[in-house]
Design a protein around this ligand. Structure first.
Ligand code: 5GP
Ligand code: ZN
Length: 117
């Protein structure tokens, strides 16, 4: 339970290690781990270590920069930097966000359709 008496969010629990994940890369501000239900051969989530609900609530430009830098590092490590990839963040109901902790999806390893659904 957190100070408000609510259970910590699932990605906070992954960041603190209380829920297992397969880490791919990390820096002081962000953690990258494999998506539980991959939508492409490479599907990695990049999350801030701090709980931030979504891009709409983000208030730290440097933190956002660290997230993007880690997403690019993930692509290099996963071998998709040359073939190309997509970085996307879903925001709120219409954006299709299902976990209320800011995350970047890094998707690649196959041609990706556009526009998204
Ligand atoms: P969203 O729909 O919010 O943009 O993306 C949430 C993502 O989190 C989904 O792709 C979903 O598969 C992934 N996810 C949900 N729960 C877990 C979990 O416990 N572990 C991992 N690794 N991924 C999760
Ligand atoms: Zn959280």
């Amino acid at each position: 339970m957190n100070e408000a008496g609510a259970a910590p969010c699932i990605f906070c629990r992954i960041v603190d290690g209380s829920i297992p994940s397969t880490a791919v890369a990390s820096n002081d501000h962000a953690l990258a781990f494999r998506d539980l239900h991959p939508q492409a051969p490479v599907h990695v989530l990049v999350v801030p270590r701090r709980h931030v609900v979504s891009l709409a609530e983000a208030d730290d430009a440097a933190e956002l920069g660290h997230l993007l830098a880690l997403a690019a590092e993930v692509a290099r490590r996963e071998g998709i930097a040359e073939s190309g990839y997509r970085v996307v963040t879903n925001i709120g109901a219409d954006g299709g966000q299902s976990v209320g902790h800011l995350h970047l999806h890094v998707l690649g390893g196959r041609p990706l359709g556009w526009p998204p659904g």
